[in-house]
Design a protein around this ligand. Structure first.
Ligand code: SF4
Length: 232
């Protein structure tokens, strides 16, 4: 008998032994992020599900700024699967040649455009399994897309989310999947959809890798790592 399919949504069980004090600390952390920016969103420029999928796929191992520089011109020419397919791999490459891994990304974008057109009537399938099945769209990309479009709460773990989660004592996970599972279990429900953005923005602008700006950090008094970076 075939194995039952895995559930599409990764929903970690709420940790059983999280103390009330720790729950309060985590709730306060996210309340502070919310007070700073109540409706955070991706810094990638997009106009709808298709351009969002393309932008997120292009952003793997590249900065949002570099992707936006490329897509501002690309999406004027091709912002639908049909137009992207008409552009073709050779036509697409010059638009994205400043982005790392652009050969592979061009191949994937054309392939996913073809599948969206031929198998999904030209509309991006906004269900995790179908989305993840598109070329170049892994779990992380699907999570970013579904979360950004407010379809499914998800916390895609990139280098910023990974670092910040450890520094803030939200996770001890050794892999992005482990960190994601811990975050999904610890972040209070009302903040789940926005947590991904807050953690990325915090890591990008405040809790930066080499010299975190603890002096201007809005959650410094709640951070167990602050003493590592600030002289007593
Ligand atoms: S206090 Fe420092 S280490 Fe802690 S989250 Fe803020 S910037 Fe990062």
């Amino acid at each position: 008998m075939a194995k039952p399919a895995k559930p599409a949504v990764r929903k970690a069980a709420r940790p059983a032994r999280i103390s009330p004090a720790e729950q309060a600390r985590i709730a306060e952390l996210f309340a502070r992020f919310e007070a700073q920016e109540s409706d955070p969103s991706t810094e990638l420029d997009y106009g709808g599900p298709f351009t969002l999928v393309v932008a997120v796929a292009l952003s793997a191992q590249a900065t949002d700024v570099s992707v936006n520089k490329a897509t501002v011109k690309l999406f004027k020419v091709a912002d639908t699967p049909a137009a992207m397919l008409a552009l073709g791999e050779a036509g697409l490459k010059p638009f994205i040649s400043s982005i790392g891994l652009y050969n592979m990304k061009a191949r994937n974008v054309i392939a996913l455009s073809r599948i969206i057109l031929e198998q999904h009537g030209g509309e991006v399938p906004l269900e995790r399994e179908k989305l993840q099945a598109l070329p170049g769209v892994g779990r992380k990309t699907a999570s970013v897309v579904l979360n950004e479009l407010r379809i499914e709460p998800a916390i895609a773990v990139d280098t910023h989310v990974f670092r910040v989660s450890h520094r803030l004592g939200l996770s001890t996970g050794k892999t992005p999947d482990q960190v994601e599972a811990e975050l999904m279990g610890k972040v209070p429900e009302p903040y789940l959809t926005r947590a991904h953005h807050w953690l990325i923005l915090h890591g990008r602008y405040v809790c930066v890798a080499r010299r975190p700006k603890c002096e201007e950090c809005p959650v410094a008094d709640l951070c167990p790592s602050r003493h590592l970076f600030v002289a007593r």
